[in-house]
Design a protein around this ligand. Structure first.
Ligand code: F6P
Length: 341
C-alpha cells in the first residue's frame, strides 16, 4: 500500500515519535510512506516527500515535526478542492496526527477520507482519549519552571506567577503544578475566588513563607469574570488566550503585602524533547496507527484508555475539548497538599 502521513495543528513533543514508529512499521512490512508537508497545506499544494527508512531513524527523540505543520491553513468551503488534491496523491489511506482543529477540519472537508487519526496536543484536551502525547513533556516543563522559580521567589520574598498553555482546559497547569507542589493552581474549569486567594496569600505570608509560586492556566479567570484573550483573526482558533499571569501578579501587589512577578512559559512547553513517557506512548501509538492502516481500518483513531493504546471510532476524538471535572481526583490531591485550587 501507499500510505500518507501528515502532522497538523500546533506541534507537540512526540510528533516525530509517531512519524518514526508508524513509518518503521509500514516500511518494515513492505509499504510505501508518503510524508505530506506542512499539514493541510501540503495536500492543497501537493508538497510531499517519500519517507525512507534512513530519513527517520532516531528522530523520535527530537521536538518539532520532521514533516512540518500548520495551524493556519483555511479549510472552510474548500472540501472539493481538498478531495481533488488528495486524489492526486494516489494514496490508499492517510495517517494523520493532529488536534481538534485537524480532525474537525477533516470531518468538514473530507468526511469519507480513508484515515487513521492519532490525537495530539500538549493541552491533553482531545475527547475520547485519556491522554495525548506531548502532555507529559509540557507538564515537565511547568514542573521544572516551578522548581526553579521557587528559589528566586524565596530569595526575594516574592510571589512568582507562572502562566501555562492549555486554552480552555487546565490539564497542563494541574499536572505540572501538582507535580511541583505549586502553592496555588488556577484553572479555567474552577474560576477562583479573589477574596479566598487574597486571604490564602496573606495567611501564608503571616506563617513565615519566604516565597510562593502560583501556576495559572492561560484561560483561568476569577469567578464571574471573563478570561484574558485577544482576537486572532484568520486562525483556526480565533481566540488567543494570554495575559492572565501578568494581570494576576499586578493584582497580588495591589491587594496583598507580597511583591509579585510573572513568567509566561508559552511555546517552551511545546519545544522540549519528549520525555520517556511521551516516547513510549508515541512508539505504541505509531505502531497501532500503522497496524490499523495495514488492516484498512479507516475511520478509526488511536486512543489511550485504561492503561492501553486501543482503537476507537474516529468520531470519538472529534468532539469539543475534554475539560477537567472540577472535582477531579488530582484537584482533591492538591487540596490534600494544602494547595490553593
Ligand atoms: O493547542 C496547543 C496550544 O499550545 C495551546 O495551549 C495554545 O493556546 C496554542 O496552542 C497556541 O498556539 P499557537 O501560538 O501556535 O497558535
Amino acid at each position: 500500500m501507499r500510505i500518507g502521513l501528515m502532522t497538523g495543528g500546533g506541534d507537540a513533543p512526540g510528533l516525530n515519535g509517531i512519524i518514526e514508529s508508524a513509518s518503521r512499521t509500514l516500511i518494515g512490512n513492505g509499504h510505501t510512506v508518503l510524508g505530506i508537508l506542512d499539514g493541510f497545506d501540503g495536500v492543497f499544494t501537493g508538497r510531499t516527500r517519500e519517507i525512507k527508512w534512513s530519513d527517520i531513524l532516531g528522530i523520535h527523540c527530537d521536538a518539532g515535526t520532521f514533516l512540518g505543520t500548520s495551524s493556519k491553513t483555511k479549510v472552510a468551503g474548500r472540501g472539493p478542492e481538498f478531495q481533488a488534491q488528495f486524489a492526486k496523491l494516489n494514496l490508499d489511506g492517510l495517517i494523520a496526527a493532529g488536534g481538534d482543529g485537524t480532525f474537525i477540519g477533516l470531518q468538514k472537508i473530507a468526511p469519507n477520507l480513508p484515515i487513521v487519526g492519532v490525537p495530539k496536543t500538549i493541552d491533553n484536551d482531545v475527547p475520547g482519549t485519556e491522554i495525548t502525547f506531548g502532555y507529559d513533556t509540557a507538564c515537565t516543563v511547568v514542573a521544572d519552571a516551578v522548581d526553579a522559580l521557587r528559589k528566586t521567589a524565596d530569595a526575594h520574598r516574592r510571589v512568582m506567577v507562572v502562566e501555562t498553555m492549555g486554552r480552555t482546559a487546565g490539564w497542563i497547569a494541574l499536572g505540572g503544578g501538582l507535580a511541583s507542589y505549586a502553592d496555588a493552581i488556577l484553572l479555567p474549569e474552577r474560576p477562583f475566588n479573589r477574596e479566598g486567594l487574597k486571604q490564602f496569600l496573606t495567611r501564608r505570608r503571616t506563617e513565615g513563607l519566604r516565597g510562593m509560586v502560583i501556576v495559572v492556566s492561560e484561560a483561568a479567570k476569577g469567578a464571574g469574570e471573563d478570561a484574558v484573550y485577544s482576537e486572532a483573526a484568520g486562525a483556526i482558533h480565533t481566540v488567543r488566550f494570554g495575559g492572565v499571569g501578568e494581570r494576576l501578579a499586578r493584582w497580588i501587589e495591589q491587594n496583598t503585602a507580597w511583591e509579585a512577578r510573572h513568567v509566561v512559559l508559552g511555546h517552551l512547553q511545546r519545544s522540549r524533547e519528549p520525555t520517556t513517557t511521551d516516547r513510549f506512548l508515541t512508539a505504541s501509538m505509531g505502531i497501532k496507527a500503522a497496524q490499523l492502516a495495514m488492516e484498512k481500518k479507516w475511520g478509526t483513531a488511536v486512543t489511550y484508555r485504561g492503561g492501553r493504546v486501543v482503537e476507537a471510532p474516529l468520531t470519538d476524538i472529534q468532539g469539543p475539548p475534554r475539560l477537567i471535572d472540577p472535582d477531579h481526583r488530582w484537584v482533591k490531591h492538591c487540596q490534600s497538599l494544602g494547595i490553593f485550587i
